[in-house]
Design a protein around this ligand. Structure first.
Ligand code: ZN
Length: 416
């Protein structure tokens, strides 16, 4: 991609109050645009990062048997009355058609997925079943804040599981915990702390929350310095400095975190509302046991920026970066330099390395370097009069640069 053609350039001076670091860096870097409080557009760079995150999630959901579907965002009132949530959930966006029908604009999809599954589940042979989708969700937040960490509209992956009995659910629930840890690891979040909590308005059953430790977080935790064990400070039975009851190796540390995923035992709460039964192997009719598993995708994007940045800009983890390589062409009025730039650009494309080429002629070298730092692509290449036949190579997360050949650079990029 040529940077000169890219929609959504960097903005160094923005006449805007920023709610958080992710809000500031994603706006200045040209990844997002705020429409109003809690509502954002994703620009091409932001959309690319989100797609990469979604693809990682998709792969891990498919690996545990998940099947992707797409469910509507406009949901009939009657479905929400059946579960008694039309008047009890306070964050619901409700809308009325000019023809009189009333709807909920989706904050979650139990009201759709349960009657959908009912049309296809008859006996235990149809189970287990795992359905997921990645779609926008809506919450009528009184105070949207923290950039894309908490919006009125946000991206989410939600998976719903259907089981013949509780035991089968519990086995799958553990598989999801493992899959979630893989997902967070692959998008660059190596240290995830898991809390156990009651599910609030969604469920009275036990649930788990997946947290990213960062000073920008909104949840107060005590977490283990060694394993993934954590407790919410509000309900904590442990104190700072105490030995971790899980691993008996680490000590409890006090800190802030961003919640990026949560999983719930739904029991038969929604099966009961929609009369979702299956016939078991004894010929007996039983309510289907359900679980629900969410990951906030746009929130995850924001959380990654909170963890991976410095005073110059974002430092994207390799797997989700918008491009692998940021090629800066300097002294491009020089014919030979210009030819070298084009050659490097074409070779990288040929080797299937995603490259953003800053080909702008009118921009100073200093400006190009600071834009590259702000945008945060992992590998930076410079072609100029000074670099001659070679290319200056620098990783975004390191200080030193070195002169390498194109072949050496391609090898480095393929290693990640
Ligand atoms: Zn521990």
């Amino acid at each position: 991609m040529l940077y000169s053609k890219l929609f959504g350039k960097t903005k160094k001076t923005v006449n805007q109050q920023f709610e958080s670091k992710n809000h500031e860096l994603l706006t200045k870097g040209g990844f997002i645009d705020q429409v109003s409080s809690g509502i954002y557009s994703l620009l091409p760079l932001g959309k690319k990062v989100l797609s990469h995150i979604e693809n990682v999630i998709r792969q891990e959901m498919e690996a545990i048997g998940g099947q992707e579907i797409s469910m509507p965002l406009l949901q009939p009132k009657i479905n929400w009355q059946k579960t008694n949530r039309w008047s009890t959930v306070d964050i619901l966006f409700k809308t009325k058609s000019q023809y009189g029908q009333e709807y909920v604009i989706a904050p979650t999809h139990e009201e759709i997925v349960t009657p959908l599954a009912k049309k296809y589940i008859e006996s235990y042979r149809d189970l287990p079943l795992y359905l997921y989708h990645i779609t926008p969700k809506f919450r009528d937040e009184p105070r949207p804040k923290s950039g894309i960490l908490r919006g009125k509209e946000f991206g989410m992956k939600d998976l719903y599981s259907f089981h013949a009995d509780k035991k089968d659910f519990e086995i799958f629930y553990q598989k999801v915990i493992e899959a979630y840890l893989k997902i967070f690891n692959r998008v660059g979040l190596k240290e995830i702390k898991i809390t156990e909590a009651s599910g609030g308005s969604f469920s009275k059953k036990l649930s788990h929350e997946f947290n990213v430790i960062t000073p920008a977080g909104e949840v107060d935790l005590f977490y283990c310095s060694f394993c993934s064990f954590a407790q919410n400070q509000e309900i904590a039975t442990l104190k700072e400095g105490e030995l971790c009851p899980r691993c008996r190796k680490g000590r409890m540390i006090k800190g802030k975190a961003i919640e990026v995923g949560n999983i719930f035992d739904l029991n038969t709460r929604f099966s009961d509302s929609f009369d979702l039964f299956c016939v078991d192997n004894q010929g007996e009719k039983k309510p289907v046991y359900m679980g629900c598993y969410g990951i906030g995708t746009t929130r995850l994007l924001g959380a990654i920026v909170e963890v991976y940045h410095d005073d110059k800009g974002i430092i994207w983890p390799e797997n989700i970066a918008p491009y692998q390589v940021h090629l800066l062409g300097l002294d491009q009025q020089d014919k030979i330099v210009n030819q070298n730039c084009q050659k490097v650009y074409q070779q990288l494309i040929k080797k299937k390395i995603a490259v953003l080429f800053d080909d702008r002629q009118e921009i100073s070298a200093g400006q190009k370097f600071s834009d590259a730092d702000l945008i945060g692509i992992p590998h930076r290449l410079v072609v100029s009069k000074r670099t001659g036949e070679k290319i200056e190579y620098k990783r975004r997360d390191q200080k030193e640069s070195k002169l390498l050949t194109l072949e050496e650079i391609i090898k480095l990029c393929h290693q990640g």
